[in-house]
Design a protein around this ligand. Structure first.
Ligand SMILES: C[S@@+](CC[C@H](N)C(=O)[O-])C[C@H]1O[C@@H](n2cnc3c(N)ncnc32)[C@H](O)[C@@H]1O
Length: 276
């Protein structure tokens, strides 16, 4: 759901290699700080000021109800961007905290808090090291935040598990893992498989000194299930939203052409067991 449409079309300045969590965090903070204005200029209207949109296919929490009953619940939004989802949760009677790594994104969130008069609490932090105590939240979620951009998503799963109370929900949307095999192209060029689905090496863009400037990781569907189970979660569902008739909006690599043929988003719906 990031705004780059050609990230995996070009290879100069691109490496497939490991990076440390610290390097990844530094690169992502800088990347999202630099990209925040253009991301929101391009997608802000579609995302809305106060709305929880799960994916470019346009599935909204108001109709999907994946978080369950949110009234009175303490909800953590991980990788909140401009925090439209958390503001919507405020209007539903929930008690959200919106967290993001990027000060640039949080600046937009703060401006929209003021503009709408719906004030979601904002916190800067890294999903790999959540700044909250154990069992603090009833629900955690993210729409395309953090998970694809960290070097170690297993660690994020463990962190979310820690901060949820027993019985709490963890719901997250990511690019559907099968998209990894294609170029990030919304047109015909994005219909041809060019990468291995099984290539889990990190995608790393580097500056002239070899310093990572953008990091993205891939997990197969099976990997995601295993990392959730290893963290202790019970998997309830994997939603693969279908491209709705009449929905013409192209978002990066997401387009009606591709969306009619194969899924672009996977939403994992999970729960921390009552005994966990
Ligand atoms: C594609 S945007 C999604 C933002 C928002 N959820 C939306 O739907 O527009 C990804 C967000 O994840 C944030 N992010 C990236 N790495 C993160 C990390 N390690 N911890 C917390 N947030 C992170 C970025 O700063 C960015 O705001």
């Amino acid at each position: 759901m990031h705004s780059r449409t050609v990230a995996r079309m070009t290879e100069p300045g691109v490496a497939r290699r490991p990076v440390s969590p610290a390097e990844s965090s530094r690169a992502n903070r800088r990347w999202w700080d630099a990209d925040a204005d253009s991301y929101l200029a391009e997608h802000g209207e579609f995302l809305g000021d106060s709305d929880l949109l799960w994916c470019p296919e346009g599935l909204r929490e108001a109709t999907a109800g994946l978080l369950g009953d949110v009234r009175g619940r303490r909800v953590l939004e991980v990788g909140c961007g401009a925090a439209a989802g958390s503001r919507w949760l405020v209007t539903q009677g929930a008690r959200p905290v919106a967290m993001d790594l990027s000060a640039g994104m949080l600046r937009h969130a703060s401006v929209l808090n003021e503009k709408t008069g719906i004030r979601a609490p904002l916190i800067q932090g890294d999903a790999s090291e959540l700044p909250f105590g154990a069992g603090h939240f009833d629900i955690a979620f993210t729409a395309f935040g953090a998970i694809p951009f960290v070097a170690d998503s297993e660690r994020v799963m463990r962190e979310v598990f820690r901060v949820l109370r027993p019985g709490g929900r963890w719901v997250f949307s990511v690019t559907h893992p099968m998209r990894w095999i294609f170029l990030d192209d919304p047109g015909e060029g994005g219909l041809v498989a060019v990468h291995s689905y099984f290539d889990r090496r990190l995608y790393v863009e580097e500056d002239e000194h070899g310093e990572p400037t953008y990091v993205e990781q891939h997990r197969t569907v099976g990997d995601r299930v295993r990392e959730l189970v290893a963290a202790g979660f019970t998997l309830l569902d994997i939603i693969e939203p279908e491209w709705p008739a009449g929905h013409d909006r192209i978002w990066g690599q997401w387009s009606p052409l591709r969306g009619r043929l194969f899924p672009g988003t996977a939403i994992f719906v999970t729960r921390k067991p009552n005994s966990g």
